[in-house]
Ligand binder design. Structure first.
Ligand code: PMP
Length: 441
């Protein structure tokens, strides 16, 4: 049986064997052999399953509430920064949209997937971000993949921050352009790459507003200045900074008063906008190319009306209730201070995205499970999200958390953290990973 499998996989000429009537065990072996490159991964999955790691509570309730079996639950694992996903106005908007437009348009935006609600959200985002044009996608991931691959071509050059999100890397790879990675948030390294690699090519520099891995803020003025001086355009992914940074919640571009200096602003609806979907804004010509060239937009169904309506309502609330952002930042500072005092390594975070370095992926999952048992839900970040030795748990603070629950979360984190040695990771483990590892995947 094993021999048959070996033959089928390694000796193509043997495929002339009649596959009809192959016994079930043979198929099983065939599949096992097919998965050989994933043996290690599957071993880890088996361990994780045995440790009950996948049994997260089926529903992430509001940030502080009673979870399963009455354990008070504090959710630090959702990107709902302004606490709008349970807002009655947002929920009502989604309900009304379903009543009027159904559960889905079941077609792509260009083929009838867009409704009045999509157009209203487009207009809302355009004017909120003070831009000429906009395109909506069904997710933030699709927005990055679609935009980067629509605008860049083989022979062009993409310069991407070391810590940029996977969707940016995937879009860059799909474009066929050359990719170079610059050291995290270092405009001097960006400049040396531009000097050496630009030649006379089209160049796009891509950064994030708040980096999802480390929770630090982009050094936008320096990066834009260097990029434009060398004739490169700049795209910023504001996934974690939209609603969070800037006087009006417009993101890092507003925070640095550079809304008109960056060339493309990308955002997702799955965080502060309390929904799901993605968007890109910029000038008309850039957006015309995106709308007609982005395959993840053209060949995929439009975001459902309920999601679009929820995001539209959330956008109005972001615009009219700045006190939510104030509460969010109060909470973020409270949590950051509390964690640092307790000896956690927050890896340079200065925002509501707060990593705590663990430095080992198995231990990261162990910490996640222990915290979960005590009612604190955090996000584990392990490969492929980060390199194994930079594995961490991540807490996302929101405007909806209250001080009591954050204090309780800090106490529990301290209890579990000190039991598992979380507060004593050596400094060397915080250094940047080698640059090539990211693009090579
Ligand atoms: N960009 C960044 C920086 C992100 O963190 C994420 C998701 N975490 C995305 C893009 C993708 O967004 P979405 O989940 O809406 O697809």
């Amino acid at each position: 049986m094993g021999a048959i499998v070996e033959r089928r996989l390694h000796e193509p000429e043997s495929q002339t064997d009649d596959p009809q009537g192959q016994p079930e065990q043979d198929l099983e072996h065939l599949r096992t052999a097919f998965l050989k490159p994933y043996e290690e991964l599957l071993g880890q999955v088996a361990l994780a399953r045995a440790a009950d790691i996948y049994a997260l509570y089926p529903v992430l309730r509001p940030p502080s509430s009673n979870g399963k079996e009455g354990v008070p639950q504090i959710v630090l694992a959702a990107n709902d920064y302004l606490g709008l996903s349970y807002d009655p106005r947002v929920r009502e908007a989604a309900r009304e949209a379903i009543a009027e437009f159904g559960s889905s348009r079941c077609s792509s935006p260009l083929a009838g997937g867009s409704t009045r609600l999509h157009v209203e959200l487009e207009d809302g985002l355009k004017s909120f971000l003070q831009q000429e044009a906009v395109a909506l996608f069904a997710s933030g991931y699709q927005a990055n993949v679609g935009v980067v691959s629509a605008l860049m071509q083989p022979g062009d050059l993409i310069l991407t921050d070391l810590f940029n999100h996977a969707s940016i890397i995937d879009g860059a790879r799909l474009s066929g352009a050359d990719i170079r990675v610059f050291q995290h948030n270092r405009h001097t390294h960006l400049e040396s790459l531009l000097k050496r690699e630009r030649q006379s090519r089209r160049v796009l520099v891509i950064v994030e507003g708040i980096y999802s891995a480390d929770g630090d803020i982009v050094k936008l003025p320096e990066i834009v200045e260097v990029a434009h001086r060398y004739g490169a355009l700049v795209m910023i992914d504001e996934a974690h900074s939209f609603g969070v940074l800037g006087r009006g919640g417009r993101g890092a571009a507003e925070h640095f008063d550079m809304l008109h200096d960056v060339d493309l602003i990308m955002g997702t609806m799955s965080k502060s906008l309390a929904s799901i979907g993605g968007f890109i804004v910029g000038n008309q010509a850039l957006l015309d190319v995106v709308r007609h060239n982005a395959r993840s937009l053209i060949f995929s169904a439009a975001a459902p009306p309920a999601s679009v309506a929820a995001a539209g309502r959330a956008l109005q609330i972001i615009d009219s209730e700045p006190e939510r952002r104030e509460r969010l930042w109060d909470n973020a500072h409270f949590m950051l201070d509390g964690l640092k005092t307790r000896g956690f390594r927050v890896m340079g975070s200065e925002t509501p995205v707060i990593p705590m370095l663990v430095g080992d992926q198995v231990r990261t999952m162990e910490v996640t499970v222990r915290l979960r048992e005590k009612g604190v839900l955090v996000c584990p970040a392990i490969p492929p999200m980060v390199q194994a030795h930079r594995s961490r748990i991540r807490a996302h603070v929101t405007a909806a958390h209250d001080r009591n629950s954050l204090t309780r979360a800090l106490d529990i984190l301290e209890e579990v953290g000190s039991a598992l040695g979380l507060c004593s990771v050596p400094d060397s483990e915080q250094s940047d990973p080698p640059l090539r590892s990211i693009v090579q995947g």
